[in-house]
Design a protein. Sequence first.
Length: 167
Amino acid sequence: MQRSRGVVAVAGVSVVAVYAAQLVLVQLVLDPLAAVPGRSLAAIYAELERQGFHTGLDVAVVVGVGLVGILLAAGVQWVLAEQRAPLFAMVAANLGVLAAGIFPAWASGMALGMDVADAFMVGGGYHTAWFTVLVGMSTAGLAALPFVLVVGQAVHVRRSRRRTRAV
């Protein structure tokens, strides 16, 4: 059972890490390139700096949000594994972190997105469909969460009753 906890923890943190990597890629690379077609990423950032925008802080916020998400997922999994929580609770925690990730994902790109919009006179919002991948992952996590909790709890109760009868 301890090995199963390790597999669930590693798999869950890995999914959150993929989410975080997608977040960083979308916010810092894909969206600026889509907002200002025909310019390289280096040229976009150089123009932002030339106009007085602080892109270093924008980049740090986006990367920081991604790292906090990974550390949060890892910390929650470590605590649950140490407490010998049922596997369904560990899976549910992973899904919860994934579902909740959409809020900081959206907010973290606000500063750089506004800087690009102001500097290049383009519309606000996302300019690439890749952000919808993050929305889809969070939505899938949210949709799966009640199922995992209800079915997981039912299975957990059934197993507990069997163990009680066997004793």
